[in-house]
Write a protein that binds this ligand. Structure first.
Ligand SMILES: Cc1cc2nc3c(=O)[nH]c(=O)nc-3n(C[C@H](O)[C@H](O)[C@H](O)COP(=O)(O)OP(=O)(O)OC[C@H]3O[C@@H](n4cnc5c(N)ncnc54)[C@H](O)[C@@H]3O)c2cc1C
Length: 421
């Protein structure tokens, strides 16, 4: 089976090798194919390639040449980071670590034959497959909204043009206008993400449009770091933010992207900007591959991240149903290292240890006002289980909040270096 070389980005040596020996079933080195070059997939690619010293061939399939991190994308909306700082490429993974990067969509996984089919028509065989496709939105979750509406009512929950669009819309809001967020139900990517976003939007409006209003229409009765966000909104954006749960509104019945209306049980709201974040599920390739459960997520074996449906496939990050770990970039990165160790053990006999997992979710509420929540985790037989945790406290002094924000900047630099080299 041949790969189309034009879709490769790799070292000169890798390209030369492909010229003389097209990738075929029955190759000598064991091969790991990774679908998705985000927090989980890029980390797994780097760790498997780096720690196996070339003993394992690593092929990463990712349609985009530039990965925009969702983490810190809210800060871009708030004007605290330029969009260019969120952009990362795959060049170092190819040139320094010998990862073959194929820019294409994986369109199907043939688990029987252990082959991934690409939208461009090629097919790649694997010994182990890693799936880290992130999330997709549940179809029909909000009546009147589908992905064709995302240019009018952006989700900005996959970073890049969506982030830029939402930022531009906020900046162009009429004086005294309304920003409405339709918040997602659990479970979803980045539990504090919607509320950090509200903080960043409030920061922009406070400077440019202080009589504007922010409405959060939320199906949940509580949310991550709620006390910290509520305190921050009260102190820094007094009277600007209203958080309305379904109990109060009766729930969002439907939206109309053409009229910018949000229909509630007894009322219709007209918004100037409407940020719709629908219910989520594992990325669609996981469904195609038959790796999802009734809830739409991929159950995994906690210690190795192997799919409970197929021991030759490891699932990482947001797509997993793992137990206690939240859907975050840090979680995906941490899980990727455990999976990389298990894969090297399975394919080369290298030593494997009991994994420990970590996560911290930082959020910026206002300038230099950072908060965090985090925990460490172990793999039990049933799930990835939380063993201890920490959270910022209300009424912390300015110096501590600044230190927490600076910690988050250090984390971002370390995290992206860990993913992309
Ligand atoms: C606003 C916001 C703020 C956030 N802030 C933080 C934060 O501060 N800290 C934190 O830790 N996390 C944060 N997150 C969450 C974090 O971005 C995700 O949890 C993380 O990216 C998940 O990693 P992943 O590998 O599962 O998916 P992703 O990083 O989304 O990667 C998935 C990749 O798979 C590719 N893909 C999908 N389908 C296919 C296919 N069929 N074929 C080939 N490739 C495919 C996609 O193109 C994508 O590049 C935030 C998220 C949002 C939305």
């Amino acid at each position: 089976m041949r790969l189309n070389r034009r879709r490769f980005l790799g070292t000169a040596a890798a390209s030369a090798a492909l010229l003389s020996s097209p990738i075929a079933l029955g190759q000598k080195r064991p091969r790991v194919v990774i679908i998705g070059g985000g927090a989980g997939g890029a980390t797994a690619a780097r760790y498997i390639a780096k720690d196996s010293d070339g003993a394992i061939e690593v092929i990463l399939i990712e349609p985009s040449r530039t990965y925009y991190t969702c983490f810190f994308s809210n800060l871009a909306i708030g004007g605290f980071q330029p969009m260019s700082k969120l952009a990362h490429s795959y060049g170092t993974l190819a040139s320094e670590y010998g990862v073959t990067v194929v820019h294409d969509w994986a369109s199907a996984v043939d688990r029987e034959k252990k082959v991934v089919r690409l939208a461009g028509g090629d097919a790649i065989s694997y010994d182990r497959l890693v799936l880290s496709p992130g999330i997709d939105f549940v179809k029909g979750a909000i009546e009147g909204w589908d992905v064709t509406a995302q240019t009018k009512m952006p989700h900005a929950y996959k970073a890049g043009t969506q982030t830029q669009l939402l930022k531009a819309q906020v900046e162009a809001m009429p004086e005294g206008g309304t920003f409405a967020m339709v918040a997602p139900p659990n479970p979803y990517r980045c539990p504090p993400g919607p509320y950090e976003r509200v903080s960043m939007v409030a920061h922009v409006l406070k400077q440019r449009n202080p009589t504007a209003k922010i409405l959060i229409l939320d199906p949940k009765e509580k949310f991550s770091k709620q006390g910290l966000f509520m305190e921050g909104w009260e102190n820094h954006y007094t009277g600007m933010v209203d958080w309305l749960t379904d109990e109060f509104t009766g729930g969002v019945q439907r939206v109309d992207p053409n009229t910018m209306e949000i229909v509630l049980e007894d009322e219709t709201i007209k918004a100037d900007v409407c940020n719709v974040i629908p219910a989520m599920q594992a990325g669609s390739i996981a469904h195609q591959a038959g790796l999802t459960n009734e809830a739409g997520w991929c159950p995994i074996v906690p210690a190795t991240l192997q799919s409970q449906m197929d021991e030759n496939i490891h699932v990482l990050g947001d797509a997993t149903q793992n137990g206690d770990m939240p859907k975050s970039g840090y979680s995906a990165n941490s899980q990727a290292k455990a999976a990389a160790m298990a894969i090297r053990h399975a394919l080369t006999g290298s030593r494997a240890f009991k994994p420990r997992f970590s996560n911290t979710c930082w959020s910026l509420i206002s300038p230099d006002n950072g908060v965090k929540v985090g925990a460490s985790y172990v793999a039990t037989d049933e799930k990835i289980a939380k063993v201890d945790g920490f959270i910022s406290q209300n009424n912390e002094d300015d110096a501590l909040r600044k230190q927490t924000f600076e910690e988050s900047l250090g984390w971002y630099a370390g995290m992206t270096a860990d993913m992309f080299g």
